[in-house]
Design a protein around this ligand. Structure first.
Ligand code: FAD
Ligand code: MLT
Ligand code: ZN
Length: 475
């Protein structure tokens, strides 16, 4: 899949030898995987758009094992690809050539939880959904949630600075992650695993690793602040007649639901068509050009219901919303969320997916979708728009039966230039990984790129950590 679509040359790293395998076997006994069948899934990304040819996967259990592995690989000039749940959307989690895959799958222990502060400290390989369950049993929730929760690891979430469905309420991981433990490229363990809310002692080094996509160090443990579990959750799923009405609904929602608002997501009619067609889900409201999912989370059922009722009356009476349905029990809430969360899955069943994840000014957020429909005509199967409207984040996806160079040529650099023209971001939350590394310059000035390269050279002088990722190939 790789070479012709993404031209890139292998850098002069060493090739894993029998001696290397024997040495690594001593570090992680029984956890050096070389069976080609077992290596197939970790060599292919979730979207099935890139494929590596790694011959070795390592499964450390402890930070010390990760440190030994990296010390050895650094010494031997062997390239390493850190991998969590392999749910990344930009080809960052899979090797490009024969990099050793370092999986965090067995690093899945909770280290501590404080039931007053809500601070959770855990190993990097804990699956997000398992952590959610763990803290919910103790009266808290994770500050982030995403459709990939059943597979993604907290270390992967931090490494990508994942946004997701709760960012609107709880902010980004840059605020909720309190501390990190990271193993550096040469095997040095950097223990910044504090649980303090306030700590202004020198540079905030953990921020360097949040969103660094495995290129600066391997995250081995995370300290994260969990909010209390809301006792009342409501979801409203609404149909809107146009995008202007979606924006006005958001405005009204913020004004009327303010402190209890916990998510504001949107999807267009094409998305609804796809979740119906490929997943058999049914639309719970009258068909509309746009749908909005609003979640409220609070502590007083009567209070929240009353507020939500007033809001719904207002948006229905004013014609901003044409139809709507509510969910307050767990089963119905899950059912309504599935319509939005499972769009990614429906798209991947529709064909080859060209995936764009853009930050744009709210007023122009949907313009590019209609523009592209006109530009691409029948050469695209579907052009859809959905996303985290409350965060100004559009997921623009185009599908076709199979990969097409001419369709790609019609999409790029057009989409990136359009986004840069709005001073938007060409990657709002998915990162750059392998597939988007060469478009970084659309959102950052040359001076920023230069400083990024200097940081990479300082922290990973041999460039063994996740090579070919995040930073553009050419200066
Ligand atoms: P991987 O995919 O394994 O790795 C991602 C990157 O992080 C790679 O570059 C890898 O090298 C690096 N990495 C992984 N673990 C470590 C570590 N311990 N130390 C250093 N580097 C590491 N993303 C969002 O932001 N918001 C969403 O709403 C969202 N929804 C999604 C829904 C679905 C259905 C899917 C499939 C994906 C979604 N994603 C979303 C993308 C993806 O889930 C996130 O980026 C997630 O955070 C990746 O976690 P992971 O454990 O799967 O990491
Ligand atoms: C989402 O919000 O659903 C995710 O970021 C995945 C995607 O963009 O498809
Ligand atoms: Zn998203």
């Amino acid at each position: 899949l790789t070479p012709e679509r993404y031209p890139v040359r292998r850098l002069p790293f060493s090739v894993v030898s029998e001696d290397d395998l024997a040495a690594l076997e001593r570090v992680v006994p029984g956890r050096v995987i070389t069976d080609p069948e077992e290596l197939e899934p970790p060599n292919v990304d979730w979207l099935r758009t890139v494929r590596g040819s790694s011959k070795v996967l390592l499964r450390p259990r402890t930070t010390q094992e990760v440190a030994h592995i990296l010390r050895y690989c650094h010494e031997r000039n062997l390239a390493v690809n850190p991998q969590g749940g392999n749910t990344g959307m930009v080809g960052g989690s899979t090797p490009v050539f024969d990099e050793i895959i370092l999986s965090t799958a067995l690093m899945n222990q909770v280290l501590s939880f404080h039931d007053v502060s809500g601070v959770l400290v855990c190993q990097a390989g804990c699956v997000l959904e398992a952590l959610s369950q763990y803290v919910e049993e103790r009266g808290f929730i994770m500050p982030l949630d995403l459709g990939a929760k059943g597979s993604c690891h907290i270390g992967g979430n931090v490494a990508t600075n994942a946004g997701g469905l709760r960012l609107l309420r709880y902010g980004s991981l840059r605020g909720t992650v309190l501390g990190l433990e990271v193993v550096m490229a040469d095997g040095t363990v950097l223990n910044c695993l504090t649980s303090l809310r306030k700590d202004n002692t020198g540079y905030d080094l953990k921020q360097l690793f949040i969103g660094s996509e495995g290129t600066l160090g391997v995250i081995t443990a995370v300290s994260i602040l969990c909010p209390p579990k809301p006792s009342t959750v409501n979801v409203a799923f609404l149909g809107c007649p146009g995008f202007a009405e979606v924006l006005q609904t958001f405005r009204t929602c913020r004004a009327m639901l303010g402190e209890i608002l916990s998510a504001f997501e949107f999807m267009d009619a094409e998305c609804m068509k796809l979740v119906r067609l490929h997943l058999g889900l049914s639309c719970p409201v009258q068909e509309s050009p746009f749908y909005v999912l609003i979640e409220t989370a609070g502590s007083g059922p009567g209070h929240d219901a009353e507020k939500l009722g007033c809001f719904l009356e207002q948006v229905l009476d004013s014609g901003l919303v044409t139809d709507g349905t509510l969910g307050s029990d767990e089963r119905r809430i899950k059912m309504l969320w599935a319509l939005r969360e499972r769009i990614t899955e429906a798209l991947s069943r529709d064909g080859y997916v060209y995936k764009y994840d853009l930050s744009l000014p709210l007023d122009r957020l949907y313009d590019l979708v209609g523009d592209l429909r006109a530009r691409l005509g029948p050469s695209a199967k579907h052009v859809v728009g959905y996303g985290h409207l409350g965060d100004g984040n559009l997921h623009l996806n185009v599908t076709s039966e199979a990969f097409s160079t001419s369709l790609l040529g019609a999409l790029e650099p057009y989409v990136y230039e359009w986004t840069a023209g709005q001073r938007g971001s060409v990657s709002a939350e998915h990162g750059l990984g392998f597939k988007k590394k060469d478009v970084l310059g659309y959102s950052k000035p040359p001076e920023a790129l230069q400083l990024m390269r200097q940081l990479k050279a300082l922290l990973d002088p041999k460039g063994i950590l996740n090579p070919y990722k995040m930073l553009p190939t050419h200066a």
